[in-house]
Design a protein around this ligand. Structure first.
Ligand SMILES: C[S@@+](CC[C@H](N)C(=O)[O-])C[C@H]1O[C@@H](n2cnc3c(N)ncnc32)[C@H](O)[C@@H]1O
Length: 316
């Protein structure tokens, strides 16, 4: 079948199930055929090989179940870098890019102020590792940061399958070039329930986190579209024991803040003097997160994302 005919068929099928049928079709075709966007437009009469057509038809069927395109192609662009993703990790979201941007600024000014000593950075709830990797890559692209000065990064998550993806992303995005061995030696990976497995003697100059913060019932609704993202990555109403949290009236909690309530004091205990914490939240619980941080003695500032929503709370 020609590329043009197949594309038309795919768009028609996907338009029954996806609000972004044309874009989905283009991404799947580009990914399977290895064409650029321009080639996709120009090579209308290209005969699509049978095995590619079979893969595409299977991909369309999976997309029709609600599975996101990124889980079908196995990768997703975030902060200009291409990350490996599987249903074991949250698909990196544009909302999180402001956290990376702010983290790079904070780290660069700390490096300026502190000279030669290597900084330490923890990415708690790392998932795919997208935050730590994007921060490290952006720092290394800055002429002020030679590889020898790259901070030490700890990537932490409760999920071993997620940590495996984080390891693969670190290797894929930072594991080539003349300084690869040095750069990779700056990364370590910890399986931990928040900071449980990290000794309090270990302090970080910067703690970054995009923890689960979505209210439980909102997660129920989100997951109905077949997105297959791990509930573990989304549901903020979970106790340290993994149970549904309760509020002051003994009712099931539904503000998405139970993990953040545990995380903030633990992060405070692992923060080096003059350190900073940057935490992503929902636009609906950013102010409550700032209040929790202020109650343990931090000053806070809330940053908006590219859509203008309250998104990242900075504590210092
Ligand atoms: C919202 S996702 C963020 C993933 C990634 N940092 C990003 O921004 O795309 C939250 C992550 O927290 C992890 N997580 C959930 N509960 C945790 C806990 N108690 N301790 C450590 N990690 C946890 C999940 O496995 C998931 O990878």
């Amino acid at each position: 079948m020609t590329l043009q005919n197949l594309k038309t068929q795919i768009i028609k099928e996907l338009s029954q199930v996806s609000p972004s049928a044309k874009l989905d079709a283009e991404v799947l075709l580009i990914d399977s055929l290895g064409f650029s966007k321009t080639e996709l437009l120009l090579k209308r009469d290209y005969e699509v090989p049978a095995e590619k057509e079979e893969w595409l038809r299977d991909a369309v069927a999976r997309r029709a179940t609600g599975l996101p395109i990124a889980y079908i192609t196995g990768h997703k662009e975030f902060y200009g870098y291409d990350f490996i993703v599987t249903p074991d990790v949250l698909i990196p979201k544009p909302d999180t890019e402001i956290l990376v941007e702010r983290a790079v600024d904070v780290i660069l000014s700390m490096m300026d102020a502190r000279g030669e000593n290597l900084l330490t950075v923890c990415d708690m709830c790392t998932g795919s590792g997208c935050i730590a990797v994007a921060v490290a890559k952006t720092l290394l692209e800055d002429e002020r940061v030679p590889a020898e000065q790259l901070p030490k990064f700890t990537l932490a998550d409760i999920s071993e399958p997620a940590l495996d993806i984080a390891r693969r992303n670190v290797a894929a995005l930072l594991g080539s070039g003349p300084d690869a061995a040095l750069i990779l030696s700056r990364f370590n990976f910890v399986r931990t329930n928040l900071f449980d497995a990290i000794s309090e003697a270990i302090k970080y100059d910067v703690i970054l986190s995009n923890p689960p913060y979505i209210p439980h019932t909102m997660v129920d609704e989100l997951l109905q579209d077949g997105r297959s993202e791990p509930r573990l990555a989304l549901d903020g109403d979970i106790t340290i024991d993994g149970d549904r949290a309760t509020n002051d009236s003994g009712e099931p909690a539904d503000d998405g803040l139970a993990i953040i309530r545990n995380l903030i004091p633990q992060a405070a205990a692992h923060l080096a003097p003059r350190g900073s914490i940057l935490m992503e939240t929902g636009e609906y619980n950013a102010e409550a997160t700032a209040a929790i941080a202020e109650a343990v003695g931090f000053n806070t500032e809330i940053h908006r994302d590219l859509e203008g929503q309250l998104r990242v709370v900075e504590f210092y």
